[in-house]
Ligand binder design. Structure first.
Ligand SMILES: *Cc1c(COP(=O)(O)O)cnc(C)c1O
Length: 409
């Protein structure tokens, strides 16, 4: 048995009494009252960096906390259960998760296909590594299967083996939807590994491994923790072999999360289902307000019937989510009037927390992009992105209406 087999064979998260419960229920309650954790109702926080060997042949289940830690592994088991994965490794950030994915699946000089409108940090990582010679990358509009098919197995006009297709759906800030099953099929046909960044949906709204993907990466900083007080990430794997390779490389390069961050994230995860229900209810109210208001020229949200990804999102996701963007008549001046004196919504980057946020992608999250790249991604000056929180809906609607009134004046 390899050291990783030992950990996967010894779940911390549950007792036989949990058999028959849904993955959702088991994931959200992982480790609650587990006899493996001395039947504490809330599982304890293991800060110890090292563990006792009982003798020369007596390697303990846990030995050194970089590789495995009971608190972090419990969170990994919870996330794996929710993602319908064989295992998950918890990392110190979402970027650490993507770094770990690439380290595990892409050899030096290998070829990666990524979305042309992917998360800025992912864009920077792949761009930097393509400049240092670590890998080659092609940026593709994955909502267009023809564009993907052309890019697979080719770089710079020459045939190559594509190692990894990285998908991000819904995209940011236009909430474009990519067909995970179709991309997985095309990627696998070309012999590539397919991974999905599931940050925007969380496993409660979308489970890419059940649609054919090999890996899920996530920034647990967002919905998973949900309280904007931990930076973290995770990689979940469809197969046991994949999970072992990910766990091995996580220990090799040292990207695993701290026990305390893992403990906080597990605490945040407990309320994910409840939070998502309120996020959804509030988002509906906000979208109704936006779509009826004369100051608003466009609303991008997959729950709207006229959104280009509406039907696909309805099939692929368990809900349209609580991220949206909208555009104001009157360009940047209207955006300034909207933001100046805005109450109830905080102007900040990030998303997925209990608090409602707005951001101006053109000058904030997407500021590093060239004007052409912004235009290709559909990021306009008059666009505002919103992450709808779980505050009382009446108050949010009142604050939004007030700000839209200013924008229109
Ligand atoms: C935030 C984010 C990341 C990066 O995660 P960090 O936890 O900030 O390192 C990756 N992908 C998406 C879609 C994100 O929103």
């Amino acid at each position: 048995m390899s050291s990783d087999d030992r950990h996967l064979a010894t779940p911390l998260s549950g007792t036989p009494a949990r058999e028959g419960l849904s993955e959702r229920m088991r994931g959200l309650t992982a480790g609650i009252a587990a006899p493996e954790l001395r039947s504490a109702v809330v599982p304890p926080l293991y800060l110890s960096t090292n563990y006792v060997f009982s003798g020369l042949d007596g390697r303990p289940q846990f030995d050194y906390s970089r590789g495995h830690n009971p608190t972090r592994d419990l969170l990994g088991e919870a996330l794996a259960t929710l993602e319908h994965a064989s295992g998950a490794t918890v990392t110190s950030s979402g970027m650490a998760a993507i770094t770990l994915l690439i380290e595990t699946t892409v050899p030096v000089g290998g070829h990666v296909i990524a979305p042309h409108d992917c998360y800025g940090g992912t864009w920077r990582l792949l761009d930097t590594w393509s400049q240092t010679g670590r890998l080659t990358v092609d940026w593709v509009d994955q909502t267009d299967p023809d564009h993907l098919t052309q890019a697979l197995g080719q770089f710079d006009g020459a045939p190559v083996h594509t190692d990894l297709v990285l998908v991000e759906t819904p995209s940011n800030p236009l909430l474009r939807i990519t067909d995970i099953a179709e991309v997985s099929r095309l990627g696998h046909e070309a012999g590539a590994v397919v991974a999905v960044d599931n940050t925007f949906c969380s496993p409660l709204l979308q489970r890419p491994l059940t649609l054919g993907a090999d890996y899920v990466v996530a920034s647990d900083t967002k919905f998973i923790n949900g309280h904007s007080d931990v930076v973290g990430g995770s990689v979940a794997s469809a197969t046991t072999e994949g999970a072992e390779r990910i766990a091995y490389h996580a220990n090799v390069i040292g990207v695993t999360a701290s026990p305390f961050d893992s403990w906080l994230t597990l605490r945040g995860l407990r309320t994910l289902d409840a939070r998502l229900r309120v996020h959804a209810e509030n988002t509906r109210r906000i979208v109704d307000t936006l779509t009826c208001h004369p100051a608003v020229t466009a609303v991008h949200w997959p729950g709207l019937a006229d959104h280009p990804g509406h039907d696909l999102a309805a099939r692929q996701q368990d809900g349209p989510g609580s991220l949206l963007s909208f555009e104001l008549a009157g360009g940047l001046d209207a955006v300034r009037r909207f933001l100046d004196g805005l109450r109830g919504f905080t102007l900040a980057e990030s998303l997925g927390g209990v608090e409602s946020l707005v951001c101006h992608p053109a000058t904030m999250t997407h500021a590093a992009m060239s004007e052409k790249a912004k235009a290709d991604a559909g990021v306009t000056e008059s666009m505002i992105r919103m992450s709808v929180g779980i505050e009382p809906a009446e108050d949010l609607v009142a604050c939004l209406t007030e700000a839209l009134g200013r924008a229109a004046s």
